[in-house]
Design a protein around this ligand. Structure first.
Ligand code: UDP
Ligand code: UDP
Ligand code: UDP
Length: 444
């Protein structure tokens, strides 16, 4: 089946990402894929954004894809005390939702007429009524795992396949921001025209098989959504240092774009890395938003022991945005200590890097279970959630790093999942599903 058979002529797609790099990147990767399928793309960019990584990524993307139309969506500021959250990214979700009525003129004036819109799951609740009024098909991009989707689709019920303990404390409190959001968005997704998700069959086979029983519209698995060349852009990867390390000898440590760790926990983690005896490449993050990161003194945060290792070339520590994809691509990297943000999980799967999962909040424990169940990593549930005053000791961290790096079975399974990811991409698995998406449009 060639593309021209299934793509209706002049497909024009609007993309509405939410805040946070973990929500933005899958949208831009999808944009590139739509362009490859000869679609016109309008990217709706919210102003202001929360982090400087987001603004840099957006401006680089737009300069490299001049054929993409940018529609600026200027947000109406909200009184933060009315939002029931202090997290800067959650606040931004709420701000975007409360400004959603402004999307009506923005979408209706788009030329040529829009064929459909793809909306981030976190914004669906406010956008669906607008697109219904406009009779504009609205597909939801779900930026987490299919396993998380199975929870969202029935929340506040919890499917028997997911242990209650895997839900973050915020979800068990029915009055919390996240709990309210999740049950609302579960209902809304069911009214969307389809759900797009960054996963692939071999990564979440069992969950994907049972999704059709969940009352959801068609789920299109588009993963693995691969990074675009530009994402490396101005970001950094210590390639020279990596070049000098033995194959699979380095543990890469990063907790994504918006997860801060307490200074005490950072100290213990440093101790653990030293005790593990393995070389490490560590992205330290002590603030949630990167704009506030500047001025952090690594020597002071990390202490002598770690800095000595760094001076002796045993470790490399940074507190800036890195080119994670390029780091994971490097043959010296043999393990990934990760918070299990879904994008990181899919990226690790692609590269076949065993993961030591240390979930910090949100969907991350549920994502970590996907890895553990398939045997290509460990998920440290007993370490509890981040920022909950439970300090995980360096000795324990060091032991687990050793266990991961020395486990040949885990390494073999990781190689297997990488092969499956590449096969899914090469055999056109995701491309085939994109074609199905266009077919569904023809039926609308
Ligand atoms: N990322 C990166 N450099 C960094 C931090 C993050 O390239 O210094 C990328 C990472 O590769 C992933 C995304 O940002 O694609 C983070 O998404 P994820 O779902 O892993 O976690 P989140 O940041 O949403 O918690
Ligand atoms: N938090 C975070 N990253 C997230 C979600 C939460 O760092 O992706 C932090 C958040 O800033 C807060 C804490 O975790 O300090 C608890 O978050 P929760 O959602 O439970 O409470 P809220 O901030 O919504 O009141
Ligand atoms: N989520 C949702 N609807 C919402 C808010 C959250 O479906 O309105 C889901 C979504 O899958 C998201 C997850 O809950 O990825 C966890 O949100 P989290 O606080 O961890 O933020 P994220 O890591 O996605 O930025």
């Amino acid at each position: 089946m060639s593309n021209s058979d299934v793509i209706p002529s002049h497909v024009h797609v609007a993309l509405l990402p939410s805040s946070g790099v973990g929500h933005l990147l899958p949208f831009l990767r999808l944009a590139a894929s739509l362009i490859r399928h000869q679609c016109s793309v309008t990217l709706i960019t919210t102003h202001p954004v929360v982090s400087s990584s987001e603004s840099q990524i957006i401006s680089t993307f737009l300069s490299l894809f001049p054929q993409v139309t940018e529609k600026k969506f200027t947000l109406i500021p909200i009184d933060p005390t009315t939002a029931n959250t202090t997290d800067p990214f959650f606040l931004q979700w709420e701000t975007i939702r409360r400004s959603a009525h402004l999307l009506f003129p923005l979408l209706s004036s788009s030329s040529p007429l829009l064929s459909f819109i793809v909306t981030d799951v976190t914004l669906m609740t406010s956008v669906i009524s607008i697109t219904e009024n406009l009779r504009l098909p609205n597909y939801c991009l779900f930026t987490a795992s299919a396993r998380m989707l199975s929870l969202v689709s029935c929340f506040p019920s919890i499917p028997s396949s997911i242990p209650k303990a895997s839900l973050p404390p915020a979800l068990l409190d029915s009055k919390s921001f996240l709990a309210k959001d999740l049950s609302e968005s579960g209902k809304c997704i069911k009214h969307s025209d389809g759900v797009l998700i960054n996963t692939f069959e071999e990564l979440e086979k069992e969950t994907l098989e049972m999704l059709p029983t969940k009352g959801l519209p068609t789920v299109f698995t588009l993963g693995p959504l691969l990074p675009l060349e530009f994402e490396g852009g101005s970001s950094f990867a210590p390639l020279e240092w990596l070049e000098n390390q033995r194959k699979s000898s380095v543990v890469y440590v990063s907790f994504g774009s918006r997860t801060a760790m307490s200074k005490e926990q950072i100290r213990e983690l440093g101790k653990g890395l030293v005790l593990s005896g393995y070389k490490f490449l560590w992205v330290v993050k002590s603030k949630i938003v990167d704009k506030e990161e500047i001025g952090d003194d690594l020597d002071e945060i990390l202490g002598h022991q770690v800095m000595n290792k760094v001076k002796k070339n045993y470790g490399f520590v940074l507190n800036r945005w890195v080119d994670q994809w390029r780091i994971l691509s490097h043959k010296a990297v043999g393990g990934f200590m990760s918070h299990c943000g879904w994008n990181s999980v899919v990226e690790a799967a692609w590269h076949g890097i065993p993961v030591l999962g240390w979930p910090q909040h949100g969907d991350q424990m549920i994502n970590g279970e996907v890895i553990e169940a398939a045997g290509w990593g460990l998920c440290m549930k007993s370490w509890g959630w981040g920022l909950n005053n439970h300090l995980v000791k360096g000795e324990e961290i060091g032991d687990k790093i050793k266990e991961l790096m020395e486990n040949q079975m885990v390494r073999m399974k990781a190689a297997g999942i990488s092969e499956a990811a590449k096969k899914s991409s090469e055999s056109g698995g995701s491309c085939h599903n994109m074609a199905k998406l266009f077919q569904s449009l023809n039926k609308n």
